[in-house]
Design a protein around this ligand. Structure first.
Ligand code: CA
Length: 498
């Protein structure tokens, strides 16, 4: 294994940040000058997709560089498979100070997943005992009530059973009771800066894992009313759309509270607050990048910026994420390091499992054979002659109420997706399939899976899914190469003799 170069890794994830909600990806309203500058000075991967549009599975894929069916984190409360190794393990064993600041959402919560420095903050007050943020708020003078109900507007009485935040999304109408400079986004940024300062010259790998712009839709002034609800772009809706989709989707919409967004006033408010949370995040990233320049670590730090999945914001009549629509699975991805990462926009298909091998290559660390992902450097250098022509994603909905309503057993809830330049196909183990022609219907309103003209496309996409699963199945976290080496040797010596 090569000696690691003295390169720091700053891996930044937002949570629930849609691909299209940034300045440089073309949003007409939301301002993100700092993220835009990062994209302009680095590599921007325009077609990046997550492996699963649920928090923990998506992060587990980024951490391990492996697909869901290999790392086995199928849902938020499902632990890693036996022997699984994370980005923190790979960097720790090379002598880096591996750190987490923010959210993992992994189970069990008591594990530290290979990190040497572990400043956990998961957002939800139920997990406060694992975080230093509540103590920080106490030191800033907030009451116990303010801390416990920090995602409830001060103007409303918290409802029993909904202590974390209101289920009907009405928090969006009120500014947060926590001042901007004490918000979780500000706090996590401060913690990241403190980590860089105290780590000094020792190489580090930091996952700075923000909770926002994840719902609840509540943000401090001035971000709360930064965007006028009258100005927000509205979803393109196709009435009756979900009647023509797998029955799961209507139930899922109800389960995830999409019905509340039938109220246009609320929908506009939710969108405006979501954009406010994004600009808040952008402002703090600007502050972070300025501090990095002051600390002299800007030139030797590889910065990766992405999100674990998107947010529907009323598209497809839904809120939250899951399923496989573009709003949920497509995310922004920027890789930035002057002199190492060639700036530009890259159109090749990227899966979020590619992030880990890209970081490892930048650090001069050999890629472990267990990885499913590929380094993005060949794509950036233009030397990738067999780059992938499609992306894959998985979802297991056995953990949802909708499963029971459908009368399905837990083992009947597997879904797999393949998306290429034109088509998106979703295969359910026990639901009707989906097929979308993204060239003609990028909004994914019309399910063509049963259309007689598309039978051949469905067959081809099904074939791709099968081959993908066959290629990647049963890949353990540790691969013993002894036998493979023995097999290869006779050939190598025969070549030498010849
Ligand atoms: Ca998430």
């Amino acid at each position: 294994m090569k000696r690691p170069a003295n390169t720091n890794i700053l891996f930044i994830t937002a949570d629930q940040l849609r691909y299209d909600s940034l300045g440089f990806t073309g949003h007409p309203l939301v301002r993100t000058p700092n993220i835009d500058r990062l994209a302009a000075g680095g590599a921007f991967f325009d077609k990046t997709f997550v492996q699963c549009a649920v928090c923990a599975p998506s992060r587990a894929c980024m951490y391990t560089g492996r697909y869901v069916h290999n790392n086995r984190v199928r849902f938020n409360e499902v632990p890693f498979g036996e022997g699984e190794r994370t980005i923190a393990d790979y960097y720790s064993e090379q002598g880096y100070r591996a750190a987490l600041v923010g959210r993992t959402h992994f189970t069990p919560i008591t594990e530290t997943y290979g990190f040497e420095y572990y400043a956990y903050y998961d957002g939800l007050p139920a997990k406060d005992s694992y975080s230093s943020y509540p103590d920080y708020l106490r030191r800033c003078g907030y009451s116990e009530e303010d801390i416990r109900y920090r995602y409830w507007p001060k103007e409303l009485e918290p409802l029993p059973g909904q202590e974390a935040y209101p289920e009907n999304l009405i928090e969006a109408f009120y500014p947060s009771r926590i001042a901007e400079e004490h918000s979780d986004t500000a706090f996590l940024t401060d913690e990241a800066i403190r980590f860089m300062e105290e780590t000094g010259d020792r190489p580090w790998m930091l996952h700075l894992s923000y909770w926002k712009p994840h719902l609840p839709f509540i943000v401090s002034a001035p971000y709360h009313d930064m965007y006028d609800p009258a100005d927000v772009p509205m979803p393109t809706l196709a009435p009756g759309e979900l009647d023509r989709k797998p029955p799961l989707q209507k139930l899922f919409r109800e389960e995830r509270r999409g019905n509340f967004l039938e109220d246009e006033k609320l929908l506009r408010q939710v969108r405006a607050v979501y954009y406010g949370m994004i600009t808040q995040l952008d402002d703090h990233l600007g502050r972070l990048f300025a501090e990095m320049r002051r600390l002299g670590v800007s030139d030797n730090t590889l910065i990766v910026f992405t999100s674990d999945h998107g947010e529907y914001l009323g598209d497809h009549y839904m809120v939250e994420k899951e399923l496989f629509y573009e709003q949920a699975i497509r995310v922004p991805l920027i890789v930035h390091m002057p002199g190492v990462v060639p700036p530009g926009r890259f159109d090749g298909f990227v899966e979020s499992i590619d992030i880990l091998p890209t970081c490892l290559e930048a650090s001069g660390i050999s890629l472990p054979p267990a990885l499913d992902g590929r380094s993005l450097f060949p794509l950036m250098r233009g030397t990738a002659n067999d780059w992938r022509s499609e992306v894959y994603a998985e979802w297991d909905f056995q953990y949802y109420r909708s499963r029971r309503q459908l009368g399905l057993r837990p083992d009947q809830c597997k879904a797999n997706m393949v998306r290429d330049a034109r088509w998106k196909y979703v295969h359910y183990s026990d639901q009707p399939d989906e097929l979308y022609d993204l060239e003609r219907d990028y909004e994914e309103h019309v399910n063509l899976a049963d259309h007689p003209d598309c039978a051949e496309v469905v067959r081809d996409m099904k074939d791709k899914l099968l081959k993908w699963r066959m290629r990647s199945e049963d890949k353990g976290p540790e691969v013993d190469l002894t036998f493979a080496t023995y097999l290869r040797d006779p050939w190598a010596s025969a070549e030498r003799k010849g």
